[in-house]
Design a protein around this ligand. Structure first.
Ligand code: NAI
Ligand code: MG
Length: 493
C-alpha cells in the first residue's frame, strides 16, 4: 500500500534543482544526488547537488540583492506584507508541503499537515510583524559638548543558513523568517537527507513577492556545500542547527572573516518527575517529550529522572504507553511515529541501543528494529544506566529514553546538570515553589513545567553550554540577525 501512495505522492515534487537569483538551475557540473524515502529506503527523486562554485553563484546573487538590491531598501511595511503572504501561501499549500515532508523525512503525513506546516507558517506570520518594529534608541550622553546620539539596528548582510533533517521546513522557517524580516539576504543549505521542502519554499517566496536573489537555496552535502558557505568571505553570518561536532567545525571555518554565528546544537535534556506530580499528565507528557518525531528533536526529554517513591508506577505507565505507539509508514494515517530519517542515522541509533546493553543498562521495552524495510526503531526505555554511561551522556536522537531514580531535589538538580549540554529541561510537580526553584537551578535554555515541548514563535529558544550560541525566535532572535550602529551627531547650540 505504502509504495503506491509514495509513488503517487512523488508527483507533488515540482522542484529538484538549485534556486539561485530567482531561478531553478542545474548545478554547474551537473551533479545530482538521491533523495530517499526513509519509510521504504527507495529513491524519491534526484536533486541537483551544489558544490563550491554553485555556492559562489548563490552568494554573489545574495550579495547583489543586499548591496544594491530591492530588499534592504524596500519599506518595512512591504517586507512585512511579503512575509505575511508567504505564511499564507504555506498554509494554502499545506497538503502538498506535508506530502513532500513525509516523503523526504518520513514523519506522519497527518502530523506534518497539522503541526509542521502551520508551525512554519506561524514563524512567517509572527516575524512579518517585527519587520516594521526593528528600532534603535535615542541616548542622552554626558560627554562634553552637545550631541544627538542614537542607535540603528541594521541588517547584517548575506546570511548562510544551514538546516538539519529532523524538522526540515520548521527549522528553515525559524531561520529564514527572522533573517528576512531584519532585511538580510539568504543562502540556505537544507540537509542532504531532506532537501525538497526548502525548494518548494523558494517557489512560494517568489510568489509572495520576495525578489530574486533575496532567498537562494543550495541543496548539497556538509563537507562541500556547507563548508563552502561557512568559509565564504562574502557571507557575513551563519546560523546553524545540527550536531555539536559540526558546530565546532563551523566555528573554525567561520574564523576567516569572523562571521557572526548562531549555533543551535545538540541536547540531552533532563525531564524530572517529582512525587507530587499529576502522574497521568506527567506520563503522557513525558511520552511525547521523548517519542515525538521518533526522538529526532534537539530538545527531546531523553534523560528521565523519577522520584523513587513513584518510579515503578511511572515507568510502568510510560512502558504501557510506549508499547501502544504505532510505528509505521508516514502515509499510513494510523502511524504515530515514522522511521528515522536516514539509513546512516538508523545505524547510529542502533549502535547506541547495543552500547546501552553492553554497558549494563536494561531495555524494559523496545531496543529493536520494527519491520524489515525502512528505518524504524521501536520506542525504547532503558533503566539501570550509570550516570557516566554513553546512553546518559551522548545525544542519541532517536526514540530512546533512559530512566533514573532520585531521592531529593539537590540530588536531581546535580544529576540533571551533569551534562555538557544545556538545551532544555522538564519539571513535573504540583508544588509551585518546587517548580520555580528548580527552574532557576537548571542550566538549560528552556524549562517546561507540567508540559513538554511547547514551542511558539514568540518564545526564544536556544542552548546553554555546548548546546549552542544565541537564540532563535521571539524578538530575541532579531538581535542575532542585526548589527547595532551608534550614531553621534555634534549639534551646534
Ligand atoms: P550534522 O550537524 O552534520 O548536519 C546538520 C547540517 O549541517 C546538514 O545540513 C549538513 O549538511 C550540515 N553540515 C555537515 N557538515 C558540515 C560542515 N562541515 N560545514 C557546514 N555544514 C555542514 O548532523 P548529522 O550528521 O546529520 O547528524 C548527527 C547528529 O547530530 C544526530 O545524531 C544528532 O545527534 C545531531 N543533530 C542535532 C540536531 C538538532 O536539532 N540540534 C539536528 C540534526 C542532527
Ligand atoms: Mg530523505
Amino acid at each position: 500500500m505504502s509504495i503506491d501512495i509514495s509513488t503517487q505522492a512523488a508527483k507533488s515534487i515540482k522542484h529538484t534543482r538549485l534556486f539561485i537569483d530567482g531561478q531553478f538551475v542545474d548545478a554547474l557540473d551537473g551533479a545530482e544526488f538521491d533523495s530517499i524515502n526513509p519509510s521504504t529506503g527507495e529513491v524519491i527523486t534526484k536533486v541537483s547537488e551544489a558544490k563550491e562554485a554553485d555556492v559562489d553563484r548563490a552568494v554573489a546573487a545574495a550579495r547583489r540583492a543586499f548591496d544594491s538590491g530591492p530588499w534592504r531598501t524596500m519599506t518595512p511595511a512591504k517586507r512585512a506584507a511579503a512575509l505575511w503572504r508567504l505564511g499564507d501561501l504555506l498554509l494554502e499549500n499545506a497538503k502538498e508541503l506535508a506530502t513532500i515532508e513525509t516523503l523526504d523525512q518520513g514523519k506522519p503525513y497527518w502530523l506534518a499537515e497539522v503541526s509542521d506546516i502551520p508551525s512554519a507558517a506561524g514563524l512567517f506570520h509572527y516575524m512579518s510583524g517585527w519587520a516594521t518594529k526593528i528600532e534603535g534608541n535615542t541616548i542622552p550622553i554626558s560627554a562634553p559638548g552637545n550631541y544627538h546620539s542614537y542607535t540603528r539596528r541594521e541588517a547584517i548582510g548575506v546570511v548562510g543558513l544551514i538546516v538539519p533533517w529532523n524538522f526540515p521546513l520548521v527549522i528553515t522557517a525559524w531561520k529564514v523568517a527572522p533573517a528576512l524580516a531584519a532585511g538580510n539576504t539568504v543562502v540556505l543549505k537544507p540537509a542532504e537527507q531532506t532537501p525538497l521542502s526548502a525548494l518548494a519554499l523558494a517557489e512560494l517566496a517568489l510568489e509572495a513577492g520576495i525578489p530574486p536573489g533575496v532567498l537562494n537555496v543550495v541543496p548539497g552535502f556538509g563537507p562541500t556545500a556547507g563548508a563552502a558557505l561557512t568559509a565564504h568571505p562574502d557571507v557575513d553570518k551563519v546560523s546553524f542547527t545540527g550536531s555539536t561536532a559540526t558546530g565546532r567545525r563551523i566555528m573554525q571555518a567561520a574564523q576567516g572573516n569572523l562571521k557572526k554565528l548562531t549555533l543551535e546544537l545538540g541536547g540531552k535534556s533532563a525531564n524530572i518527575i517529582f512525587p507530587d506530580a499529576n502522574l497521568e499528565k506527567a506520563i503522557a507528557g513525558s511520552k511525547d517529550g521523548i517519542f515525538f518525531n521518533a526522538g529526532q528533536a534537539c530538545a527531546a526529554g531523553s534523560r528521565l529522572y523519577v522520584h523513587e517513591d513513584i518510579f515503578d508506577e511511572f515507568v510502568g505507565g510510560l512502558k504501557t504507553m510506549a508499547e501502544g505507539i504505532k510505528v509505521g509508514d508516514g502515509f499510513d494515517p494510523t502511524s504515530e511515529i515514522g522511521p528515522l530519517a536516514s539509513l546512516e542515522h538508523f545505524e547510529r541509533v542502533s549502535g547506541y541501543l547495543s552500547t546501552g546493553v553492553a554497558e549494563g543498562a536494561k531495555a524494559i521495552t523496545g531496543g529493536v528494529r520494527v519491520g524489515d524495510r525502512g528505518y524504524f526503531v521501536a520506542p525504547t526505555i532503558f533503566t539501570d544506566a550509570a550516570p557516566d554511561s554513553t546512553i546518559i551522556q551522548e545525544e542519541i536522537f532517536g526514540p530512546v529514553v533512559v530512566a533514573t531514580k532520585f531521592r531529593d531535589t539537590d540530588e536531581v538538580v546535580a544529576l540533571a546538570n551533569d551534562t555538557r549540554f544545556g538545551l532544555a529541561a522538564g519539571i513535573w510537580s504540583n508544588d509551585v515553589s518546587t517548580v520555580h526553584n528548580v527552574a532557576a537551578r537548571l542550566r538549560a535554555g528552556t524549562v517546561w513545567a507540567n508540559c513538554y515541548g511547547v514551542f511558539d514563535p514568540a518564545l526564544p529558544f536556544g542552548g546553554y553550554k555546548e548546546s549552542g550560541w544565541g537564540r532563535e525566535m521571539g524578538h530575541e532572535v532579531l538581535n542575532y540577525f542585526t548589527e547595532v550602529k551608534t550614531v553621534i551627531v555634534s549639534v551646534d547650540e
